[in-house]
Every structure is written in C-alpha cells, then in structure tokens.
Design a protein around this ligand. Structure first.
Ligand SMILES: *Cc1c(COP(=O)(O)O)cnc(C)c1O
Length: 381
C-alpha cells in the first residue's frame, strides 16, 4: 500500500500533456504573430465564448476578481451600497465587492447545494437593522464547486427588491440549469480562467458575459483606463486586459470544455456509486441541474480524520474552504452577516474535496473509493 504512487487532488500538467500538440501550436502562433495583448485571439475568444453561451457579449479581462469588480462597477455599485453574497466562497468574491467601496452583506447557504439560500437572502433584505445606512443594489450568486445556484428563486427575490444580479461562474463554466448555461440568468456574469478552473488558462485570465450592450460597453471601457473608441478616458478605469497567449489557449480549451466536463461527471458518478452506502454526505444531484464538478466534495463530521487517513493512504485532498470569509482577519470587520451563518460554518468544518480532474484515471478513483470506504467502516455511526 505505502509505496503506491501518490494520487494528487488535481494535476494541471496532465491537462497540458493531454492536449500538448494543440496548445504548443497555439502558443507558437501567438509568439510569431507579433501581437500580444487585446488583439485578434482575444476578439475571437470573446466571440466564441459569447456564442457558447448564446449570449450577445463577452469581454475578456485579466482575472476573475477583476471580472466581478467590473460587473459590479458597470452596474453602478459603489460606496454606500450593500452587495449581498455568501461567505462560503473564494475570498475573491468578497474582495471584488470590497474594492468597489460597497459593503458585502453575507447570507447563509443551502446545506445541500452549498450555494446561496433564497430564504436567507429574503431575510437579509427584510432586515433594516442589518442594512442600516446602506442601499442594497446587487446580489452576487456563486455557482460553487460546479453546482448551479438556485437562480430562478434568487432572481425572484432580487427582482422583488430591485437588485441587479451578478453570477460568479468561476467554478462552473458549462454548468446548466434546465438546459440553460450558468452566466445567462442574471444581468451579468463573471468567469475566472485561473489554471485550476474547469476552463483554464496558463496564467491569470477572466471574462464578463452579458446580453446588456450598455453593461458590456462600460466593462470594455473600464478594463482599459476608461477609454472610449478614440482612446479618450471618459470614466476612471483600470488595466484589466487579457493577453493573446491566454486567449489562444482558451479558444482551444473552450472547444474541449464539454468533453472535459463530461469526464468530470463520469468520475463523479463513479465516486457516488462507490460511496453512497458510506457515512459520507455526497454532492446533491439537484433536479434539472447539470453539475460540472469543479470539485467533488464530501461532507462528514469526521472531516479532519478522513483527510489524515487519506493522506496516509497517499491520496491528496483539499478543503474548500476551511475558513469562511466573515472569519478572515482582513474582512471580518468589513462585512455584515445575516444571523449566525450556521450552514456556512458547518460546511467549513465538514467539507473535503476528493481528487478531481479530467485526466484522473478510473483506477485511481477506485483506490480513493476503497480508502474512503475503509475509513467509513472503521468509524462508529
Ligand atoms: C477563482 C475564483 C474567483 C477569482 O478568480 P481569480 O481569477 O483567481 O481572480 C472568484 N470567485 C470564485 C468562486 C472563484 O473560485
């Protein structure tokens, strides 16, 4: 057992080697073109990414955090505003809200999906003490781990209160609800192409997606010094450009996104088949949802014990996320929380992400399943 090869939680190099010829060719094409930032590859990626979603406009930017900030700024969010989101997410979600000058108001998650609870959102918006001094203007719904958030219910609540809806799709490129891709439910959506994501670059990259031409125009201006078509700064902008190398790589990877996501679903099915009789709580298969398993997350009160057991069995795991954002030193006094965020804190204590990447061999999944079953059988209850 002990000298079996280590099974990593993720393997980014395997993703490169699986498509080495095409990726090398794309990189060479860009290097030889003499054009390196916001040029033809970026324009083509924007078109192809918008088409993939059946949406009018995609704007390529430097990373996912910028994409979120640009979505919010294009919606007019700024100081004095409240933006409602969750605490069980990447810190980036809250960092982007904070950078606009707005206050992040954190609502609880649904215990099964790990995404924003529509009831908790509704409760927050009815709590005048919580929102005191702030104007609620937008909701950021996060499709965490590749599971679509409950968009119809969340959009209902948001519309009733006159709020803009931003989707954080960083972990869910290609996920669907009733056949409709995430990123097409709200007013505007943000994507990250950080190398670990389902749609991955070889560096930082991100995008904004929207059907609203005015929002797209504002994001295009803001991503480059607030320039208009004549390169005159009409608004105070930033530098958040995507380079041609990332765009060329992303075009190839977008073409493979559906098959990569299918492979993740096949692996997830194998886990679920192997683990459904254990004491572990497994990812929810929600009605009408097409999960893309950015992570395959199990839930148990014995999380730390399972983590250590698997490490001894030479199986890599990860915790997404051990500390919710409202308990992080930099943000704890900058955010407001609706109630105690019970489900958020319970998830932080109990979640564990098993190995998951498209090239993960089925034999390795069997080994991980076997180790989890062995751990589960050895524990009371
Ligand atoms: C990765 C991630 C981001 C931020 O993306 P970067 O490209 O790292 O800036 C935002 N939200 C979520 C949910 C993420 O997973």
């Amino acid at each position: 057992m002990a000298d079996r090869e280590f099974i990593p939680q993720a393997d980014l190099k395997a993703g490169y080697l699986a498509r080495k010829t095409a990726i090398d060719a794309a990189v060479k094409r860009v290097l030889e073109s003499g054009r390196y930032i916001l040029d033809g590859e970026v324009a083509s990626f924007e078109r192809e990414f918008a088409e993939f979603h059946g949406v009018d406009q995609a704007v390529a930017v430097a990373n996912g955090t910028d994409a979120l900030e640009l979505c919010l700024r294009a919606c007019g969010v700024g100081p004095g505003d409240a933006v409602l989101t969750v605490s069980h997410t990447a810190v980036a979600t809250i960092a982007a809200i904070d950078r606009t000058g707005a206050v992040a108001v954190l609502v609880d998650i649904d215990a099964q999906r790990y995404t924003m609870s529509p009831e908790s959102l509704d409760r927050a918006l009815g709590d005048s003490q919580l929102l005191d001094g702030l104007t609620p203007t937008a909701v950021v719904a996060v499709h965490l781990y590749g599971q679509p958030a409950e968009m119809p219910a969340l959009c209902d609540v948001a519309r009733r209160h006159g709020l803009r809806v931003v989707e954080d799709c960083a972990q869910a490129a290609g996920a669907r609800l009733a056949g409709r891709p995430v990123g097409t439910f709200g007013d505007v959506a943000a994507f990250s192409f950080y190398p670990t994501k389902n749609l991955a670059a070889f560096g930082d990259a991100g995008a904004v997606l929207t059907d609203d031409g005015e929002l797209a125009r504002r994001v295009r201006a803001l991503r480059q010094y607030g320039w208009d078509e004549k390169r005159v700064s009409q608004s105070a902008g930033m530098n958040s450009r995507m380079d041609e190398l990332q765009a060329a790589v992303l075009r190839g990877r977008l073409a493979d996104l559906e098959s990569d996501n299918q492979r993740r679903r096949d692996i997830a099915e194998q886990y679920t088949r192997g683990l459904h009789e254990t004491t572990l709580r497994l990812p929810l298969l929600a009605d009408g949802a097409t999960h893309v398993y950015h992570q395959y997350v199990v839930n148990t009160k014995g999380r730390d014990s399972l983590h250590n057991f698997l490490a001894a069995e030479r199986v890599g795991t990860a915790i997404h996320y051990a500390r919710p954002v409202h308990l992080q030193p930099a943000y704890r006094r900058r955010v407001r929380c609706v109630g105690e965020l019970r489900e958020t804190e319970s998830a932080a204590a109990q979640v564990l992400s098993l190995p998951m990447y498209p090239q993960l061999p089925f034999e390795h999944v069997e080994i991980v399943v076997g180790a989890c079953r062995q751990w589960s059988a050895s524990r009371p209850g």
